[in-house]
Design a protein around this ligand. Sequence first.
Ligand SMILES: Cc1cc2nc3c(=O)[nH]c(=O)nc-3n(C[C@H](O)[C@H](O)[C@H](O)COP(=O)(O)OP(=O)(O)OC[C@H]3O[C@@H](n4cnc5c(N)ncnc54)[C@H](O)[C@@H]3O)c2cc1C
Length: 506
Amino acid sequence: MVKATLKVWASMLAGLISFKGVLSLPTPEKSCDIDLRGLLTDPVHQWASNTTISFPNTVAFENATERWSIFSPPTYSAAVSPGTEEDVKKVVNLARTYGFPFLTRGGGHGYAASLGAFKEGVSLDLSHWKSIQVNSSALTMTVGPGVIYNDIFDPLYDAGFLMQTGSCSCPSVIGVALGGGIGRMMGNLGLTADALQSVRLVGSDGIVKTVSETSYPDLFWAIRGAGANFGVITSATFNIQPLADFNDGNVFMLDFYLPAESSLEYFKVIETHYSPMPVNLAAVVVNNWNSTLNISQIASDWIFYGTEADARKVLAPIFALNASFVTATLPWNEIVSIAGGGYDKYNCEPNKPRSSFSLNQRDYNATGWQQGFEMITDFFEKNPGGRSSQLMFELFANEATAAVPENATCWPWTDVRGFIQAQFTWTTGDIATEESANTVGAQIRGELSKTTGYDSPTVFVNYARGDETIEDIYSATKLPRLAQLKRQYDPFNLFAYYHPLPLEYP
Ligand SMILES: Cc1cc2nc3c(=O)[nH]c(=O)nc-3n(C[C@H](O)[C@H](O)[C@H](O)COP(=O)(O)OP(=O)(O)OC[C@H]3O[C@@H](n4cnc5c(N)ncnc54)[C@H](O)[C@@H]3O)c2cc1C
């Protein structure tokens, strides 16, 4: 206990002295030598009364470590669910001093091969930080790190606003923004990261920084696309848009299913008429298995940000297909829960074995999509245990994304107009299906990467599996500056487990 207490004082001192001073601290101990329970429960820390420290085999610990996917999972020995920013700083300072790994948890939806290298560390769980403040006159919304998309839809809409979001309800808004944040409004508003105005960031020095265009602008450049590598974001302020500028927040939705025999015709219609995708339009096209009819099918969901009359004109080539169409005019806040027959609730189920293989897409290529459809259909036919899997094409406009100056953020894929994701799931323990999924997933990614319009299989950070090259995730153009900033702001490499950046590049 005495030894631990002395080290705790060293840690607290480290938080007080300058960053330069911290660099001269002795090398941290290896995490395996540390009694995390003894260290974290030492009263010397004076944790806030609303901070929870939890350990395995408790409900609090399970809640603080739950993840969406059990792919390449991190393992934990303890969790700290801080009640205050001061306690976030304490965790960072302790981790730096004692050398134990910690992982910030927002919505728990991140997956990455690199997470598997996180062993018996501490979950810095911020999922309960749910504050949302809408400032109608400043046209901003400030959210805590535990706020997921589902938390903001109604409050924003009820206050008369919208913003660009991802396509599901469950990831954290901040977690998505840190990796760029793609979604249906890339045509008219850009990425979620493009709406970011400022954040509060606890750096690896344990000091809180306001990061924005005018305060630490170099860090602001880096966190919009590679943000998981630079600190703990305790709050973020985003620009929001009045509903009045977007058809009073109403959108037109078109949903339908097509059987396998119509797939190529449909893909050709998209390639011919929607390349490039009109600015107000977005489509999510999912190849999946219909367990009622026992067939492979294509489920589609198109959203038009505008009036029904305009939508019907833009969507005329789709309406010409032979299908039963479900149409609706929806308020913006209901898109995610209603579109695609409510697939969001299945996509968001936590704690499942999942394996994803993804690609960025610049060119729309009917032949490539058809090949992918045939490959996943073959997988469904041979692997009944994998029939909840899907191959998804997200097709978005990119005017607003492309309009952001190339050097404004570290997001490298300004010309991207779509995303391909083969997402496999199976029942835990079904090794045969798991092996088949991983083989077929890699094959689909390999084949489709030849048709995306990029020279190599590029993928943006939020969708990356983690077996890609860092150039294919962050781009060789952005990596030299990212590595230099990583060295400058995280020389201890504390933020090293989620699609980690190198400290040197090349
Ligand atoms: C069902 C589903 C739908 C998705 N839809 C989209 C989409 O439409 N668009 C899109 O771009 N992406 C999407 N994603 C990918 C998603 O953006 C990433 O998985 C993202 O990392 C999830 O963030 P999280 O906070 O929920 O997850 P977490 O696992 O909590 O976070 C992932 C990593 O981000 C870092 N991190 C998270 N919060 C913070 C914070 N406050 N401060 C510092 N670091 C932090 C941590 O390193 C953490 O390991 C989706 C993922 C899923 C599973």
